[in-house]
Each structure stands twice: as C-alpha cells, then as structure tokens.
Design a binder for this molecule. Sequence first.
Ligand code: 13P
Length: 252
Amino acid sequence: MRRLLFAANWKMHLGPEEARAYLKAFRSRYNRREDRDVWFFPPAVSIEAAAQATRERADLQVGVQDIYWEPKGAYTGAVSAPLALQAGARATLIGHSERRHVFGETDADTRRKVAAALAAGLVPILCVGETLVERDAGHTLTVVMRQLAAAIGGTEGTPLSRLVVAYEPVWAIGTGRNATPADASAVHREIRAWLASRLGGGAAQPRVLYGGSVNLKNCAELLAEPELDGVLVGGASLDPEGWAQLVQTSAP
Ligand code: 13P
C-alpha cells in the first residue's frame, strides 16, 4: 500500500509558543489514519517545542528546514544535522528553492548536505524543480535531472532508500498556480526512473512528493495520481484546522 507523506513547510512562521498552540489545535482536529505520515518543518527555534508536542505519535514527525554540512564549529547562524537531531528533528529539507534562489545555495551544497543528513541519521528531503524561464525553454527535465545528479549521483552503494525527493516547480511555489496533476506526474515518472537506474530497482525506492500551491481544493486530484507519494505544502499548512483537513484528503 502506498503510504502517503504530508509535509508542512512552515518557512519563517510560527515561533515556539505558536508551534505548541498549532499542534494542539491540529491534534484535536486530525483523526489519525494508518496510511499516512505527517511531518512538520518549523523554523529551527521551534523544533524542540514541535517535537515535544508530537512525541508519542510515530505518525507525526518533525524536521528542520535546512542544515549546514559541518557537524559543529565556528559557523555563526548555522544549524548542523546532529544539532537538529538533538532538538528532535528526524528529517531535513535540502535544496528548497528559497535556499537556492534567495540564499544562493548551489548544487554542490546540496550534495554535502545530503551526505551530512544521512551521516547523522536524518531523512533528507531533496527539493528539485525548474524556474518558469527554464520550463518555457523546455528544460524542465534537464534541470531536474541535473539537480538530482549533483546531489546524489555517484552515490551508488550508499543506502538511499530513506531519501525523499520533492518536485517543486519554482513557478508554482507561493503563486497559487500549481502544476496540473498530469504535468507533475510526468516529471515524477522521470524522477523515479532516474532513481531506479542509479540506485537499483530494489523494493525500497525513495518517495517522491509534489510541492507548489497545494491546497484543499487541488490536493485530492493531485493525489489521485499514483506517481505522487505525498505533498510538500507551504502556505496551506499554516492554519492547523485547514492542514488537518488537507491531511485527511482522500484521493478520489
Ligand atoms: P506553497 O505551498 O506556499 O506554494 O509552498 C510550497 C513550498 O515551497 C513547500 O516547500
């Protein structure tokens, strides 16, 4: 059975106090379902509060939005994988488009971060996706495959079954314009084929999520595509009631 993953990227919202209140509200509205996981990615300062508020629930996990690849040292402002783990994170986003486009993160950085996450025991969620200019030029797959190859190519032999890939077209993030289910599905199929050819076609393949303007209205039709193992959601995850409703979405 496909086990769906609903990941909430809170971005730069919800401090520790707000995170506690959010999770209390979410838990009172969300009727647990055995076929899905719900992961929260709060700002680093709220990880511990969120982890405590979900601690006896295996289906609810907390992650960090970004890590630096060194485990510790004189890196002012940075959070390492072992430090995030200590605060209660079990996963990390890597290469989110805002890290790439606002903070100048490179493909080479994503490679170091994936390695650091795996070394520390965090599940890496590698985010890939093309800009509108790249899409219009017909370069979607070239860009996505380049990002995948740069981050995890040549790592054959490394156990990557715990890796998650999130396809987030940059033009769909925060714009209200989501990829059509068919468009998302076509890219997911290519990502899966690439992963299978590089990592071997073993039973445990990485899950592939879609992200970009997912909301209550479009979630069901997106999840109706068997290529989608779940969703990575920004704006629509910030309201706990709405998010609880979205997480309970069934594919039609
Ligand atoms: P929105 O859902 O706000 O478009 O954000 C998507 C995203 O960036 C999730 O990581």
